[in-house]
Ligand binder design. Sequence first.
Ligand SMILES: *Cc1c(COP(=O)(O)O)cnc(C)c1O
Length: 375
Amino acid sequence: MRPWNFSAGPSALPLEVLQQAAAEMTDWHGCGMSVMEMSHRGRQFTQIRDEAEADLRELLAVPDDYEVLFMQGGATAENAIVPLNLIARGGSGKADYILSGIWSNKSHKEAQRYGDIAIAASSGTEQVLDGIAQAPWTWFPGADTWTLRPDASYLHLCSNETIGGVEFSDWPDMAALGAPDVPLVVDASSHFLSRAIDFSRAAMVYAGAQKNAGPAGVTVVIVRKDLLGHALPVCPSAFDYANVAGADSMFNTPPTYAIYIAGLVFKWLKKQGGVAAIEAANAAKARALYSYLDTSDFYLSPVHAASRSRMNAPFFLRDETLNGDFLAEADAAGLMQLKGHKSVGGMRASIYNAVPLEGVQALISYMQDFERRHG
Ligand SMILES: *Cc1c(COP(=O)(O)O)cnc(C)c1O
């Protein structure tokens, strides 16, 4: 059996997807070519791309007035591409950002090069919630606390902070917040396809594929059509959403192999029963892990209970001198890549779609065993 892989990204892919890619590596569907060797404009790759888009639209029920784009540069490039495309829309040159952890802070910092950027809310302070003093970036600022500018060209948030393990699923109705003309733009990289998306709330969602949707190299952008066509004159042509949409994501050579693998992941997800089924499985996985963390005196979950990510679960050993032993013995037990991000420390279990309940149960059993031996 392969070890269980808890990497935060690039991360576990479904074994069936890897096996199918291996079987098709040198000859895709009898055409005599690897997907890596075929023209992106040829009949075969056009079919691969079209099926990937159609399957993704079906999985997420993407409305017809949204474009699905396959881009490059990762979510980090989108930190610039978003303002380059959107900040001129409406004429104010303003955009608002919610700061909830490392990734949203990076987005905010990059955007400052392009306009008048304000912080609508931040969780960068200690906060007492449910009687517990939460450290900075371990909770999510509720929508009722946001300070919005109704003339902003967009509001940006990161709905799953991969490093801090903070998830925000209750995306607000901007009209109800008094900002009906402000499109909500969401970096959903690390929980994309783990749960349903309400497109009546979000005008744009983007995600680097390598967390939960495929390999590194392709960024999925789903954007409402009325947001296109306002790019700043300095926006690189290949990053202008209108150009990318107008060319069906073939404005330049797309990352063909990454799109192919992501397409196989989409087909695998459909076979699992679609997003509703995987969302239920993800909820069960997270419940199992967090309820164990909450009953243990040996481990500790730092994140406010209401904001804990279903995908990325940071945790600490109360006795941090045992960290090295915990990781070495986990590796030996076939549980890989549990080390926490260097900025947070401790451990982090990323339990994306491709890690089944069985993998989470193996982790919990190992943690119980380690606690028995060292507690
Ligand atoms: C990983 C990640 C990024 C950065 O992705 P790159 O592909 O490295 O640019 C941005 N936002 C979130 C939420 C992420 O998880």
